[in-house]
Design a protein around this ligand. Structure first.
Ligand code: HEC
Ligand code: HEC
Length: 336
């Protein structure tokens, strides 16, 4: 082989991209860092099988970029974060029903996203079983991102930066649908909310006020069977006593299983971060916690009388589940 100095200038130009590729690949290998998934010892073991998609800092960072990037939607106006905003604990700020491309309105309230590693099903009716596959739904839904996996992969491949980011995360610059979905899942798995006052009380670093403690007792008596601590969901589909909304006609779990006994059963949402995730319920029909509690006092299968004082005590307890450190954690925010 001739040396750099004797090669004609056109060939010499080819050396630089090659050299860059070698440097980038070695950087990629060096930068791959295993990410330690941490959670409190009073949390149950996660349901997600991390061996199928090991967390790594480059994968998480790639997933974060994808989550906040409008490039994934048909007309590049909508990102995952458009409906799942960090400041609303990844629910949809102030929208009862979701808003997608071309201002199209969906039929459900976008749920908050955190502690997803402990979820055994996804969507209000449990239509999806695996976090890695869930993102296919909003990507291709005509009222959400209106795109497709092939379109998204094609755009990422043609992007000046994404192939190198995929190389950092996965060892080579090939953009595939599977890698995109795995990176999105990796980022979402890092959204662990476990820093509320409730958690500090559990670890002996804080104490409940008298009112919060009363609320906690009421909670354990009346709510914990469905909103089971410390994740605050039993991962089941339950009746919350709501009547069907006759415009939306959403019968929840029954729409998946077709079993009449599943009519109006919805996935039990976590009660962490309620100050940030309103409006509430699958269709966002309640704007205030007090309205949710009034519904419970009247309509649950086994209605329990909750006096106005009880409701205030319960709300005081529920507010100890707010985790502002999670909501304002810059590691989960818009990537700079
Ligand atoms: C147009 C608004 C919108 C966009 C954009 C959107 N979502 Fe959602 N998301 C929703 C709604 C609404 C639901 C509930 C769907 C249902 O119950 O049928 C949901 C549900 C979810 C869930 C299930 C949560 C649970 O606990 O059951 C996850 C995870 C999720 N979205 C992640 C994403 C990701 C990742 C993206 C980007 C690829 C995305 N979403 C884009 C509105 C949106
Ligand atoms: C039988 C099971 C069950 C019991 C008991 C129960 N809930 Fe719920 N809760 C649900 C279900 C299911 C939903 C979601 C309903 C929907 O999406 O329409 C829900 C929703 C909520 C929400 C709205 C959360 C959100 O993000 O939209 C709050 C707040 C709430 N429950 C508080 C309580 C409190 C406080 C108690 C005790 C007084 C309680 N729940 C008892 C099943 C239950």
């Amino acid at each position: 082989m001739k040396s750099y100095f004797t090669d004609p200038p056109r060939i010499r130009l080819l050396y630089w991209p090659l050299l860059l590729l070698v440097v980038l690949t070695s950087l990629a290998v060096a930068a791959r860092e295993v990410f330690e998934f941490e959670y409190p010892d009073y949390f149950p073991p996660p349901a997600y099988d991390f061996s199928t998609n090991p967390l790594d800092s480059a994968g998480i960072e790639l997933g974060r970029r994808l989550f906040y990037d409008e490039i994934l939607s048909a007309d590049t106006t909508v990102s995952c974060a458009s409906c799942h905003s960090p400041y609303s604990a990844f629910a949809h700020t102030d929208h009862d029903l979701s808003h997608g491309i071309h201002d199209r309105i969906g039929t459900r309230n976008a749920p908050a996203l955190f502690n997803l590693a402990w979820s055994t099903s996804f969507h209000r009716d449990g239509a999806h079983h695996h976090l890695d596959l869930q993102a296919l739904a909003p990507l291709s839904h005509p009222d959400e991102m209106g795109s497709s996996i092939n379109e998204a992969v094609g755009r990422l491949n043609d992007h000046p930066l994404y192939p190198a980011r995929f190389a950092l995360a996965f060892g080579d610059s090939l953009v595939t649908g599977e890698r995109m979905l795995k990176a999105l899942a990796q980022f979402q798995l890092t959204l662990v909310s476990a820093g509320a006052k409730y958690d500090r009380v559990r670890t002996g670093k804080d104490t409940f006020t008298v009112q919060e403690a009363k609320g906690y007792s009421l909670f354990k008596e009346n709510c914990n069977s469905c909103h089971t601590e410390p994740i605050f969901t039993n991962n089941q589909f339950e009746h919350s006593g709501l009547e069907v909304d006759t415009t939306l006609n959403d019968f929840g779990r029954m729409m998946i299983t077709t079993l009449p006994s599943d009519s109006l059963r919805f996935k039990v949402p976590s009660l962490r971060n309620l100050s940030y995730t309103h409006p509430y319920m699958h269709d966002g029909r309640f704007r205030k916690l007090r309205d949710v509690l009034k519904n419970y006092a009247n309509q649950l299968d086994n209605p329990f009388p909750l006096s106005s004082n009880d409701q205030s005590d319960l709300i005081a307890f529920l507010l100890t589940l707010d985790d502002p450190d999670f909501v304002f954690n810059r590691k989960h925010g818009f990537p700079r």
